[in-house]
Design a protein around this ligand. Structure first.
Ligand code: ZN
Length: 69
């Protein structure tokens, strides 16, 4: 499995707490990654937006850190 590219959080600027958000029905591999806090499953998320990343420190979802810079 290739390493997902992760942006920095627009709130805290950290990258080690930011995980990609996965949409759609998760594979077994995705479920295991979610249990290791490596990704977030969209099924756990609530909202109308389709952000790509989630900061586990700030508890915020965001599309791309660059557009907030
Ligand atoms: Zn953050």
């Amino acid at each position: 499995m290739r390493k997902p590219k992760v942006s920095s959080c627009p709130e805290c600027g950290k990258t080690n707490v930011v995980v990609p958000i996965l949409y759609g029905y998760p594979s077994d591999e995705a479920m295991e990654a979610a249990e290791r806090d490596e990704i977030v499953l969209a099924g756990c998320m609530d909202g109308d937006l389709d952000p790509s990343y989630y900061c586990r420190r700030c508890l915020v979802a965001f599309e791309n850190a660059r557009q907030f810079a």
